[in-house]
Design a protein around this ligand. Structure first.
Ligand SMILES: Cc1cc2nc3c(=O)[nH]c(=O)nc-3n(C[C@H](O)[C@H](O)[C@H](O)COP(=O)(O)OP(=O)(O)OC[C@H]3O[C@@H](n4cnc5c(N)ncnc54)[C@H](O)[C@@H]3O)c2cc1C
Length: 380
């Protein structure tokens, strides 16, 4: 297959879409990203990049840059609401580092690896027409384009997915997630990140380098949970009053208007991700609840496997089928594990939550590390 002659359109300029463009570019394929936003910026605080994802960044040539603007993740602690450590997962023994990074910095690093003009902003995808040897893509208020193949990387509410596979409404899993960024000198030792479990509530703290932290909070709520009149930060301070240090001071140090709030949504694993010349990637294909911090990491893995499939197969059609078959089992596993972790993490009954703490505290860290090693050792 002559890779240089292929032209691929990617709908969605999030982590998955931009990473796919970089991976395809490195494989010698011309890929263009179409993003509906008028500027390319990844909103939403920070995220964990586990070794399976930093291994991808290394292959894409951007790991050094991401390391320079991130915090290390050498230990991940699970704590009780009083602050005692229930589990300490060591992450220092992989060939690549685990990191906590700001999303904007990850996206900037990926974009820096693309030639100019490969990202078209202000292009809101509307529909596509599948033709015999190409796909015509139509946008709101912009000229249509034609590509040999199209990748739908347009997120959990993917319009590309609904056009090729029909409507799949995301499923609400019973809790709300808040996220924020704060600077708080000396809040937590560098490299030591954590999630604290309460009753029907959790709080995570991730160091993204220096005095910068990103945090997340969860609580069981209806899907249309509304902020009180006192505001979002006030609500969170009330919800997490009395939790161990520095939970309250991190919330207090966060600018109110920057606190993001999302429902926890996912989809049951899809049976198919593509149809003919159109294929899905990232959250469009396999959205998961964020309980393992792996959704973005899966999108990065997808990007590399997609590009490698084009290099290994004899036709682009076979490459798309190979990508889909290589990725479905792994992402299904992560979707199911994330859902389960969320259910356990959100247990609200006092007795059950106490039992969860007792059992977690008794299990050796090696038990969790062995399980996680399978996920983190993956080389796309
Ligand atoms: C609270 C929370 C915490 C998380 N923490 C982590 C973590 O620690 N680690 C991790 O790996 N993952 C984490 N995730 C998951 C991660 O954010 C997602 O898996 C990841 O962003 C998926 O990337 P994507 O590019 O597939 O989709 P998205 O990031 O959703 O990007 C889709 C892009 O498509 C664009 N788009 C949508 N519709 C159109 C259209 N019609 N036309 C053109 N463009 C369109 C959007 O504007 C967007 O830019 C978390 C998620 C949440 C909600």
């Amino acid at each position: 297959m002559n890779l240089q002659r292929l032209s691929i359109g990617i709908i969605g300029g999030g982590i998955g879409g931009v990473a796919a463009a970089v991976a395809l570019h490195r494989a010698g394929i011309r890929a263009t990203v179409y993003e509906r936003a008028s500027e390319l910026r990844e909103v939403g605080s920070g995220m964990m990049l586990w070794p399976n994802a930093t291994r991808v960044l290394k292959e894409l040539g951007v790991l050094e840059r991401v390391v320079a603007s991130s915090g290390p993740n050498q230990h991940f602690l699970v704590r009780s609401s009083t602050g005692s450590t229930l589990m300490d997962i060591g992450l220092g023994h992989f060939d690549v580092p685990a990191l906590c990074t700001r999303r904007s910095e990850l996206l900037e690093a990926l974009i820096s690896a693309l030639p100019a003009g490969r990202v078209c902003l202000g292009h809101a995808f509307e529909s596509l027409d599948r033709q015999k040897s190409s796909v015509a893509v139509h946008f709101a208020g912009q000229a249509s384009v034609e590509h040999d193949f199209v990748i739908g990387a347009d997120g959990i509410r993917s319009r590309v997915r609904s056009q090729i596979l029909g409507i799949h409404e995301p499923i609400y899993r019973g809790y709300t997630i808040w996220r924020g960024l704060a600077s708080l000198p000396g809040a937590v030792a560098s490299g030591s990140n954590s999630e604290t479990w309460g009753r029907g509530k959790r709080f995570g703290i991730l160091g993204t380098g220096g005095d910068r932290f990103t945090w997340y909070a969860t609580a069981n709520t209806d899907c249309d949970h509304a902020d009180s009149s006192e505001g979002r930060r006030h609500d969170l301070l009330r919800m997490f009053a009395g939790w161990h240090k520095p939970v309250e001071s991190l919330i207090a140090a966060t600018e109110e208007s920057s606190i993001l709030k999302h429902g926890a949504y996912d989809l049951a694993p899809l049976k198919r991700w593509g149809e003919g010349r159109v294929m899905l990637l990232g959250d469009a294909a396999h959205p998961c609840t964020p309980n393992l911090g792996l959704g973005g990491c899966m999108a990065l893995e997808d990007a590399l496997v997609l590009a490698k499939s084009f290099c290994r197969e004899t036709t682009p059609e076979l490459a798309l089928r190979r990508y889909e078959s290589l990725r479905r089992k792994r992402t299904r596993h992560v979707q199911q594990r994330s859902l389960l972790m969320g259910r356990i993490g959100q247990w609200e009954n006092g007795l059950i939550a106490a039992g969860r703490e007792a059992v977690t505290g008794m299990l050796p860290a090696s038990f969790f590390e062995r399980n996680l090693r399978r996920v983190y050792s993956y080389a796309a």
